[in-house]
Design a protein around this ligand. Structure first.
Ligand code: HAM
Length: 404
């Protein structure tokens, strides 16, 4: 039996890094007032076709969709935002304009072409904030993401853009469609579909010729209405005040259709072509698309699998390895092991062995201490301990051993 293409098991090493990442990300999110939300892996497909948008690659090409036994057209979630919005609206929090801040983490599914850093099942850590329209909240989410990366010592480049609002974005799109007609033969087939459904996505195309040709068009960020321009300028000044370096990427339009105003991505130069480590933005209109009363909404998601590649964890020795020199001491050894497990990481070897063998196994398990029971120790109600880091040895009474 083989694992499915694009899927992978979490290795022991990556599991440690994942726990480390989650503890830091969770702590930072909680400090900023975010609480955990869990939504199902499976949702009605319509949530994503309406929410993420039918022009996005995610919905048009990459969803794991099927009809369930109740005849429902369902999909494995390709991202977390649409589900969190669904939950916010189902609870009618939009009617009361409630401020809610959530974080979540878990598996997402996209049937993409697998490559380094790109999987068909991958993990995201996301934060979503509802009910706040102020541009300070846009900055707040960027600051939170930046804090997580700083705590993890992950170098990154922050790119920001503004995509305009319901006032300036539609006018800009119409104009873009008009200008496009002059150059349409220079664009790829995908862009021909994009120009009808979500024209701004031509800036996102990976095709070099499309990129070059799109330089003939003016960018959305040069066509913002007064309100969007003021917010975008304010966002930049808040980021500067808080010592967050950023660059304005006028090509940044994001691959999901629901964004307006602020859009941002964090990029790492140490990953190869799949370099985006987080992405997000404001998505007030997604609430409207899914039938709610418009409230401010902004969030981001970090790609955990890519972060695992960037976390350097020093291998440190930890825990106590327990072994005995004769089987008759196993009962006592087991009792010490169980009591000590209340306080520390412990390992036990049930088969009696010679001292050198125990020391070898303890070393392999990366234990800090090797604790051994033999005839001598038993006669003194004590246990022999070797610190495998500083190589010191001592015999210590059972009572003192359990207290420390
Ligand atoms: P996204 O840009 O599609 O945004 O994904 C966010 C991050 O997930 C990416 O920057 C990347 O690190 C990671 N990622 C995406 N696809 C894959 C893949 N196939 N394999 C490995 N990692 C991947 C969203 O999903 C939005 N929901 C973010 C958001 C939250 N916007 C507002 N709130």
């Amino acid at each position: 039996m083989k694992i499915l293409r694009g899927m992978r098991d979490l290795s022991e090493d990556n599991a440690k890094k994942m726990e480390h990442f989650l503890s830091i990300a969770t702590k930072n999110a909680q400090n900023m007032g975010f609480g955990l939300i869990q939504t199902p892996l499976l949702e009605l497909s319509e949530l994503f076709t309406r929410g993420v948008g039918s022009s996005s690659d995610i919905v048009s090409k990459e969803m794991y969709s099927f009809i369930d036994k109740g005849d429902n057209q369902v999909s494995l979630r390709p991202e977390g935002t649409a589900s969190v919005v669904r939950s916010y609206l189902e609870n009618k929090f939009d009617k009361q304009k409630q401020i809610k801040k959530y974080y979540y983490h878990g598996a997402m599914f996209r049937y993409e072409r697998p490559q380094k850093g790109r999987f068909r099942q991958f993990n995201q850590f996301g934060c979503e904030s509802f009910g706040v329209e102020s541009v300070y909240e846009d900055a707040n989410l960027i600051l939170l993401c930046d804090k997580i990366f700083k705590d993890l010592k992950i170098e990154n480049i922050l790119e920001i853009n503004s995509l305009g609002c319901d006032d300036c974005m539609p006018k800009y799109k119409k104009n873009l469609q008009k200008q496009w007609l002059t150059y349409k033969d220079d664009f790829c087939e995908d862009c021909h579909h994009r120009i009808d459904k979500n024209p701004m996505r031509i800036f996102d195309c990976k095709n070099k010729k499309c990129n070059e040709t799109s330089l003939n068009f003016s960018f959305i960020s040069d066509n913002l209405c007064e309100c969007c321009q003021n917010d975008f300028t304010k966002l930049q000044s808040i980021l500067k005040e808080n010592n967050i370096n950023f660059i304005i990427n006028k090509n940044l339009v994001r691959g999901l259709d629901y964004y307006s105003k602020t859009a941002f991505e964090f990029i790492s130069n140490n990953l190869g072509s799949q370099s985006a480590i987080a992405g997000g933005g404001r998505y007030d209109k997604l609430i409207d698309i899914l039938g709610g009363d418009i409230v401010g909404a902004i969030g981001f998601a970090i790609g955990i699998d890519r972060i695992l590649e960037l976390i350097n964890m020093k291998e440190t020795r930890e825990g106590i390895y327990f072994g005995s020199l004769d089987e008759i001491y196993i009962d006592k050894l087991y009792s010490l092991y169980v009591q000590k497990s209340d306080k520390e990481k412990v390992f036990i070897e049930y088969t009696a062995k010679k001292l050198q063998k125990h020391l070898k196994i303890a070393d392999k398990r990366n234990a800090r201490y090797c604790a051994i029971l033999g005839e001598d120790e038993m006669s003194k109600n004590s246990i022999w301990i070797k610190d495998l880091e500083d190589k010191t040895e001592k015999i210590i009474s059972f009572d003192n051993f359990l207290i420390n």
